[in-house]
Ligand binder design. Structure first.
Ligand code: NAP
Length: 277
């Protein structure tokens, strides 16, 4: 019997996960199918119970359910617990266990494109302090020697993110203005706000004017493929990366978690680029 996996969200019609997951199953000769499920807010608990009853072994969670799904799961992992956001769920021994792969996928994407095995003493700027930023900060701050500035419009939220790893010695919460002024101090800049997303593509959280030589700038947004901040970073000589690789990594990591199959995310990246172009 074919295994069923899926994604829940609202709206969900434009999710690209069914496309890349089903392609990956086919390429890896897996007897599985991935389905997008549109769930109404008031039906979330019933939907989760229904998925468990019919034996769905794993599903992704997207907006607006990343936090709301938590009360209906049996367990959540430490990152999901600290960030109060779940985006991957796996059925283990009849229990739904929630994980958050945003940070791991972002780190994997950055290391791959930078050609580095690990982080070490880099000066990093995270722009934003929302759900994705929390998970990314939590993952990056496992490296004790990196310096991390979290810049956000609402400074209190940047402070709250910093508290996710209170013992990390080199983390500071700063304003977007301060980040803009000292942009030439960073080896890596990770843009995690929703600014610059389609259709408001003419916006950028900071104005890029003077980056450090060899800076690497990653924007986790994938639509458009090149946000304003990435365009300005490229024009200023930086190496840049959009959010497609992170999205592909998340999907590849979820398949590995659910099935044990290690899938190559390059084909997923190509399909995503084609679908978004
Ligand atoms: P979120 O929790 O809603 O956080 C949004 C962030 O953007 C906050 O830091 C918010 O600042 C900031 N922001 C929004 N509008 C702003 C404005 N006008 N001026 C200044 N700051 C503003 O969102 P999220 O879930 O973290 O997602 C953020 C983005 O990442 C989305 O575009 C999402 O599609 C993308 N994403 C991509 C991937 C991937 O796999 N590539 C994964 C996850 C998310 P305040 O705190 O001041 O409101």
């Amino acid at each position: 019997m074919s295994e069923l996996f899926g994604i829940i969200g609202n709206p969900i019609a434009h999710s690209l996960s069914p496309l890349i997951q089903n392609e990956a199953y086919k390429l890896n000769k897996m007897n599985a199918h991935f389905q997008a499920f549109h769930v109404e807010h008031e039906d979330l608990e019933t939907a989760i119970k229904g998925m468990k009853a019919i034996g769905i072994k794993g599903f992704l969670v997207t907006v607006p359910f990343k936090a709301k799904v938590i009360p209906f799961l049996d367990e959540i992992d430490p990152i999901a617990e600290r960030t109060q956001a779940v985006n991957v769920v796996q059925l283990i021994d009849e229990k739904y266990v929630g994980y958050n792969f945003d940070g791991e996928a972002c780190l994997k994407a950055i290391l791959e494109d930078m050609g580095k095995p690990s982080l070490m003493k880099e000066n990093i700027l995270i722009l934003g302090a929302g759900g994705a930023a929390q998970s990314i900060y939590y993952t990056l701050s496992q490296f004790e020697d990196v310096r991390i500035d979290i810049a956000n419009r609402t400074l209190e939220k940047a402070d709250a993110v910093k508290k996710l790893r209170a013992h990390h010695k080199h983390t500071h919460a700063i304003s977007l203005e301060e980040a803009e002024n000292k942009q030439d101090q960073y080896d890596i800049i990770i843009q995690t706000t929703s600014i610059g997303m389609w259709p408001k593509t003419d916006q950028s959280p900071i104005n890029i004017t003077h980056l450090k030589k060899d800076a690497f700038v990653s924007d986790i947004i994938y639509n458009p493929a090149e946000t304003k901040i990435l365009k300005r970073a490229r024009e200023n000589g930086a190496r840049t990366q959009n959010g497609i690789k992170m999205l592909a990594s998340q999907n590849a990591l979820s398949i590995e978690k659910w099935t044990g199959h290690k899938v190559n995310d390059q084909k997923m990246i190509e399909s995503l680029e084609e679908a978004l172009s």
